[in-house]
Design a binder for this molecule. Structure first.
Ligand code: GLU
Length: 287
């Protein structure tokens, strides 16, 4: 029997809030109950929004909650060469292309094509899908634009990627009634796989790291449920065995909105300063 491996994977781009506490504590509970391991991964590829101060504050908040993770902690910023390699592999297979349209240009195309912006397809997060324009650029044109210093992102050619899968992909979702969920990567269109100056993206790193850390159970918020479709297709292309997923309910504020790092009232730091104890947080998140 293999030992289950869980992970909590926050991004240090703000202070942790009650939603993070719930996710971390739930991972800890599931790891304990199954005799599994619990790992921490710091998702800090965004070098502008993440900082060492926020990283340290995050670790402090987790210690205060009484959660202990195995050492060493994996920091994504220390593994760019690994992501670069995977990106190169996808590029060599012809699944990645440089996409030059800005968000405004995509909007303009959506507004002026066919039935207009209301009819333009959107991804599960509500963003306009990227039009296929840049898929057709010649290699010379791509090189010229890159050498000219044009901004660009590297996107997955979803049509090609879908053509490379023999049958619809699925994943195993645990939780309220275990089930097999059919992945719908097509709903995301040509997702960003890497940036001009960063050889990765959330989707690419998460897939590589869960595999690198031997994660068997991904327990994370329901807001990432749909992203799993993108993760499944990347796992397929990179020949990575998928873990089992459990997307838990989100902690909402009084208005029924998802908590955000920009709001202070539910940050663990504020709660601690207001005299709340780590133990009380368990009750506050219903564990
Ligand atoms: N880093 C992501 C976040 O803070 C979570 C990634 C994941 O659990 O897959 O929202």
């Amino acid at each position: 029997m293999t030992v289950p491996v869980f992970r909590f994977a926050p991004s240090p781009n703000g202070y942790l809030h009650l939603g993070h506490a719930y996710s971390a504590l739930l991972n800890q509970k599931m790891a304990r109950e199954s005799g599994g391991r619990l790992l921490l991964r710091v998702e800090d590829i965004d070098r502008e929004r993440c900082s060492p101060e926020l990283d340290a504050a995050m670790l402090q908040d987790l210690r205060w909650l009484g959660i202990t993770f195995e050492e060493p902690v994996r920091r994504q910023s220390e593994h760019f060469p690994v992501y670069q390699q995977a990106l190169q592999r996808l590029t060599d297979m012809g699944f990645v292309y440089p996409a030059f349209l800005s968000r405004g240009e995509v909007r303009r195309i959506a507004e002026t094509t066919g039935g207009g912006i209301q009819h333009w397809p959107r991804d599960p997060d509500g963003a306009l899908l990227y039009p296929p324009n840049d898929r057709k650029l010649s290699q010379d044109e791509r090189t010229r634009r890159i050498e000219d210093g044009s901004p660009y992102a590297l996107r997955l050619d979803m049509e090609r990627a879908l053509a490379a899968i023999p049958a619809p992909l699925s994943w195993h979702e645990e939780g309220a009634g275990e089930s097999s969920v059919e992945a719908r990567p097509q709903d995301w269109g040509d997702v960003i796989i890497a940036r001009k100056d960063v050889p990765t993206s959330y989707h690419l790193s998460v897939v590589i790291d869960d595999a690198a850390q031997g994660v068997t159970h991904v327990v994370r918020g329901r807001d990432l449920f749909q992203s799993t479709s993108v993760h499944r297709i990347l796992q397929h292309l990179l020949e990575i065995e998928p873990p089992v997923y459990h997307h838990h309910a989100l902690i909402l504020d009084r208005d029924g909105e998802k908590l955000s790092k920009s709001r202070k009232d539910t940050s663990l730091r504020e709660l601690r300063q207001a005299g709340v104890t780590g133990q009380q947080i368990f009750a506050m998140v219903g564990l």
